[in-house]
Ligand binder design. Structure first.
Ligand code: FAD
Length: 392
């Protein structure tokens, strides 16, 4: 019997499996394998240091973020003392899985089917990829880390079937040589209703390739056309397209991450992606960590209530950032006039410092004394329409 079976071997599942294996627990990690997770692959320095990511995984180091408004006004935010890292998810996820296995986790390859409960306890049933056969493994606990639209969440945890999503689509293209409009060390973030009426578009360099895409939660938006338009406006139409792919990004953390008995969720399965940015890799890895810690507490005490600790640990550290990002998205992603105002705010050096500190180090600290008050006043002035949308 396993102590824990982790369903999903993405950043959240592989991290949970590693933490449990390091703690000496008998853990298995199931992944269906064979599909690269569609993802822009941008990660903050805090992730690189907290989770000990070797530099060999970083395929590009981003030094500037360019915010582009609906009127094509560009604000360059230079990243001081550091960089945003870019990872390729096929290699990054495999690195994390191998690390978990290196610490003693068993690796299973196949598709999760269901959980069964009987007199001999809890069992996880899956279809093994190699044999095509149904297999049944007993375990004390399950961590559901099977990503957005998680089957574990949907069937085992109240609310798991009601997570709202945006659909994100991107194209992996062969990167052009650096030129006047393409800089391999710069991310472009495009706030323009023609590209996305409720989220944003992006161009993320990855060394030899680049991810160009957008997200939206609005039905009927033609994601492929929007991405073609984005490529055209950035002079990237002629670049070879390597892959086209899309996937949901959850919009709101669930109110409960466990079933009060023997299952706890982590990462996208629990709906945990930062509002405004759609950043999910760091939060998935933290989610895997806290789910594993909650599972360890539950295994040690025998109390199922300990599983609740996962959400509690996570929210203690990240609730405020999520709240601020949620209000930002609600206030500024609703019209081109608001998007214009948002990019105007980005001219402010304190806004830049505050936003980047929050992204890079996951901390809300003021750039200068009184910066918060000044930013608050500017925010109110924009939201009440007391100043012009365009920065002057
Ligand atoms: C287009 C796009 C761009 C994005 N860009 C960024 C970005 O630049 N930076 C960022 O931080 N975040 C980004 N995100 C979000 C980020 O990709 C996710 O938040 C993150 O991957 C979540 O990790 P996870 O481990 O929870 O889930 P996943 O990475 O989805 O991993 C889930 C794993 O479970 C496995 N699985 C699923 N179902 C089953 C099953 N039935 N049986 C067995 N295994 C199963 C899958 O194979 C997968 O390996 C982006 C998302 C999208 C869609």
């Amino acid at each position: 019997m396993y102590d824990v079976i982790v369903v999903g071997g993405g950043p959240s599942g592989a991290t949970a499996a590693e933490v449990l294996a390091r703690a000496g627990r008998n853990v298995a990690m199931l992944d269906r394998d064979g599909r690269i997770k569609p993802c822009g692959g941008a990660i903050p320095p805090r992730l690189i240091s907290d989770f000990d990511i070797p530099s060999s995984q970083i395929v590009a180091r981003i030094r500037t973020a360019r915010m582009i408004s609906p009127t094509q006004r560009a604000v360059d935010i230079h990243i001081e003392n550091g960089f945003v890292g870019m990872v390729d998810r096929d290699k990054f996820d495999e690195f994390l899985r191998l690390r978990a296995v290196g610490h003693g986790a068993d690796r299973l390859t196949g598709t999760y089917l269901r959980l069964e409960r009987s007199a001999d306890g809890l069992a996880m049933v899956y279809r093994e990829k190699l044999s095509g056969e149904e297999k049944r493994l007993t375990t004390r606990l399950v961590i559901g880390a099977d990503g957005a639209r998680s089957n574990v969440a949907r069937t085992e945890v109240p609310g798991g079937d009601k997570i709202p999503y945006v659909i994100a689509y991107h194209e992996i293209i062969k990167a052009p040589a650096a030129n006047a409009s393409y800089d391999p060390q710069r991310c472009d973030v495009v706030y323009d209703g023609k590209i996305s009426p409720d989220f944003y578009g992006w161009i993320f360099p990855h060394g030899d390739s680049a991810s160009v895409g957008m997200g939206t939660g609005i039905d009927g938006v033609d994601l492929k056309q929007a991405t073609a338009d984005l490529r055209a406006s950035a002079g990237l139409s002629g670049c070879e397209t390597i892959r086209r792919e899309g996937a949901p990004i959850p919009l709101r953390p669930m109110d409960r991450w466990d079933n009060g008995r023997d299952v706890v969720l982590a990462g996208d399965a629990a709906g945990v992606v930062a509002p405004s940015s759609g950043e999910g890799i760091y939060y998935a890895m933290v989610g895997g960590q806290v789910a594993a810690r909650a599972a360890l507490a539950c295994l040690a005490s025998g109390r199922s209530s300990e599983l609740r600790l996962a959400r509690k640990y996570f929210m203690k550290e990240h609730k405020t950032v999520f709240k601020v990002l949620r209000s930002m998205q609600d206030a500024y992603y609703k019209s081109d006039e608001r998007r214009e105002r948002f990019v105007s705010l980005c001219h402010d050096i304190d806004v830049q410092k505050l936003t980047f500190e929050a992204y890079m180090n996951k901390k809300l600290v003021s750039a200068r004394p009184l910066a918060h008050i000044k930013i608050g006043i500017k925010n109110v002035a924009h939201l009440l329409g007391l100043v012009r949308p365009e920065h002057v």
